[in-house]
Design a protein around this ligand. Structure first.
Ligand code: FPP
Length: 246
């Protein structure tokens, strides 16, 4: 498959992987089979991003709201994440991928929290794709934890309240260090952000597809990249003039 031209390649892609349940239902399979197929699609997408030379990929694996799903589905999902940590981290490391987990992790077992920290530590010096896994993550939670951190800094006298600006708030968010996503992809047909990276998506190009996440592959990613390459990004300004005289 042809590589997308470098100048029009997003540096950072953020994805809401939706549609696992429906994919399974269409096949008369339990929802967990859809989540397992979703994990395969995540693997394919990571590989395709590495091949394309994408700098950062952020996957929404489990939202703050997903805790409200039936208890068995939540525990099955957590089991899948624990299994994926065991089976995937060494491969990701071998491929020079840096892994980061973002979200409110205190509700997870100590073993899972330790596994996530170890994966981050193992891969922290890798300079290939940065893979952010959002797990027990909510965009509002992220803004609140950033505000809280800055408030502590102000109360401790390390910064003045009037020094709090967009740059400082961005820096206190969990994705600090990655550029804001250039391209957001949501599979599964819904057209909403669902409390994903609320602050970071301010100027992101939003791409929605009806494909269900387990069907997502390199060709589907290419379609999104082609769509992105044709977008004209203005960041609130007017279009660039055509030539120096105009
Ligand atoms: C949405 O499908 C998907 C999720 C709740 C996230 C689970 C994601 C995976 C298992 C992929 C694994 C990825 C990583 C990186 C660990 P849904 O259940 O909402 O589908 P539906 O809308 O069709 O019911």
């Amino acid at each position: 498959m042809a590589k997308t031209e470098i100048a029009t390649l997003p540096r950072h892609i953020a994805i809401i992987m939706d549609g696992n349940g429906r994919w399974a239902k269409h096949r008369f399979l339990p929802r967990q089979a859809g989540h397992r197929a979703g994990l395969n699609a995540a693997r394919r997408t990571i590989e395709a991003c590495v091949q394309q030379g994408i700098g950062a990929l952020t996957l929404f694996a489990f939202s703050s709201e997903n805790w409200q799903r039936p208890r068995t589905e939540v525990s099955n999902l957590i089991e899948l994440f624990v299994g994926a940590l065991d089976s995937e981290v060494a491969k990701l490391h071998k491929n020079n991928i840096r892994i980061r987990f973002i979200g409110a992790h205190a509700a997870f077992s100590q073993a899972l929290q330790d596994g996530m920290r170890q994966a981050e530590k193992l891969t922290q010096s890798n300079i290939g794709l940065v893979l952010n896994i959002a797990i027990s993550y909510g965009g509002r939670w992220d803004v609140v934890q950033a505000v809280r951190r800055l408030t502590f800094e102000a109360v401790a006298g390390n910064i003045q309240p009037e020094e709090i600006d967009e740059a400082r708030l961005s820096h206190a968010l969990t994705l600090s260090g990655s550029p804001d996503p250039d391209l957001f992809i949501r599979t599964g047909g819904e057209q909403r952000i669902s409390n994903f990276l609320l602050w970071n998506l301010a100027y992101t190009e939003l791409y929605f597809t009806d494909s269900l996440w387990p069907d997502f592959d390199a060709a589907a990613l290419q379609a999104a990249l082609d769509w992105y390459a044709a977008r004209q990004r203005r960041f609130g300004r007017i279009s660039e003039p055509v030539g120096p005289e105009s």
